[in-house]
Design a protein around this ligand. Structure first.
Ligand code: UDP
Length: 235
C-alpha cells in the first residue's frame, strides 16, 4: 500500500442522477457499498470531501442581483445534505462514519475540528467533510486541498468526470492527449486545469500528490491504492 491516509474528493455529481438536480439514493448506495468494500479490503484511513454540484453551485446562479455569498452558502448547505445522505447509507450497511461540517450546523452534524477529525481517522472511521470550508467564493476542490494538508493525507484523489488531465478539453477535442504524470510546475507552465487555482496552489506548496481520475468507475480507487497507473498523477 503506497497510501495510508487518503483524501478522496467526490463531486456531488456522483451522488445525483446525471443531468438532473437532486440526490439519487441509489447512486449514494452504490458509493456507500463501494466504500465498505474499500474499508474491508484495504488498510486505509479515509477522509472524504463531498461536493454539492448535484444540488446547487453558487457560481451557476444567473441572477446578477442575487448576492453571491448567499448563493455560495446555499451551495455549502447542499454539500451537507450530500454528506448526511452518504453517512445514512453507510450507517445502514454497518460502516462507521462521521460527518463534520466547516459551516455551523451543529444539530445536523459535528463541527469540523481538525484534531477531532484526525482522531476519527486514527480510529479508522470514514470522515466525511461537508460544508466546504465554510466560506463563500471557494469550491470543494479548495477544501479538499486544504483538508489534505491539514489532516496530513498522503495523497489527494480527485474524482473527476474525465479520465485525467489532458492537453485540451477531451469533451471538445477527440485528439486530446492525457498526461500520465505531471510536475506541478509543468502543469502551471502549460496552463493545465488540474484543480482550481487555489486548490492547486495549496497542493503545490504542501507537496501533496494529486491523482485526477474517472470516479464514475469507482474501482479506479482500488487500482490506485494497489499502485496501478490510473488517471494523471501530479506531483
Ligand atoms: N462552496 C463554497 N465554499 C466552499 C465550498 C463550496 O461556497 O468552501 C459552495 C459553492 O457555491 C460551490 C458549492 O458550494 O459551487 C458546491 O461545491 P462544488 O461546486 O465544489 O461541488 P462539486 O463540483 O464538487 O460537486
Amino acid at each position: 500500500m503506497i497510501y495510508r491516509r487518503v483524501l478522496l474528493k467526490l463531486t456531488g455529481e456522483l451522488l445525483g442522477t446525471p443531468g438532473q438536480l437532486g440526490i439519487d439514493f441509489l447512486r449514494v448506495q452504490r458509493v456507500a457499498n463501494y466504500l465498505k468494500h474499500l474499508k474491508n479490503n484495504y488498510e486505509i484511513e479515509l477522509a472524504i470531501v463531498v461536493g454539492g454540484g448535484n444540488l446547487f453551485r453558487g457560481i451557476n446562479l444567473s441572477d446578477p442581483n442575487f448576492d453571491r455569498a448567499q448563493a455560495d452558502t446555499i451551495g455549502m448547505l447542499g454539500t451537507i445534505m450530500n454528506g448526511l445522505a452518504l453517512q445514512g447509507k453507510l450507517k445502514a450497511i454497518g460502516v462507521p462514519s462521521r460527518v463534520m461540517s466547516s459551516l455551523h450546523t451543529d444539530q445536523a452534524c459535528e463541527p469540523y475540528i481538525r484534531l477531532k477529525a484526525i482522531q476519527h481517522l486514527d480510529r479508522g472511521i470514514i470522515t466525511i467533510l461537508a460544508g466546504g470550508s465554510g466560506i463563500p467564493f471557494f469550491t470543494t476542490d479548495t477544501t479538499a486541498a486544504r483538508m489534505a494538508a491539514e489532516l496530513d493525507c498522503d495523497v489527494l484523489l480527485k474524482g473527476s468526470n474525465v479520465k485525467g488531465v489532458y492537453d485540451s478539453d477531451p469533451k471538445k477535442n477527440p485528439n486530446a492527449t492525457m498526461f500520465q504524470e505531471l510536475g506541478y510546475q509543468e502543469a502551471l507552465i502549460k496552463g493545465l486545469m488540474v484543480m482550481d487555482d487555489t486548490a492547486f496552489a495549496i497542493c503545490k506548496r504542501m507537496q501533496i500528490p494529486i491523482i485526477v481520475f474517472d470516479v464514475d468507475d469507482l474501482e479506479n480507487i482500488e487500482r490506485i491504492l494497489r499502485g496501478e497507473k490510473v488517471g494523471t498523477l501530479v506531483k
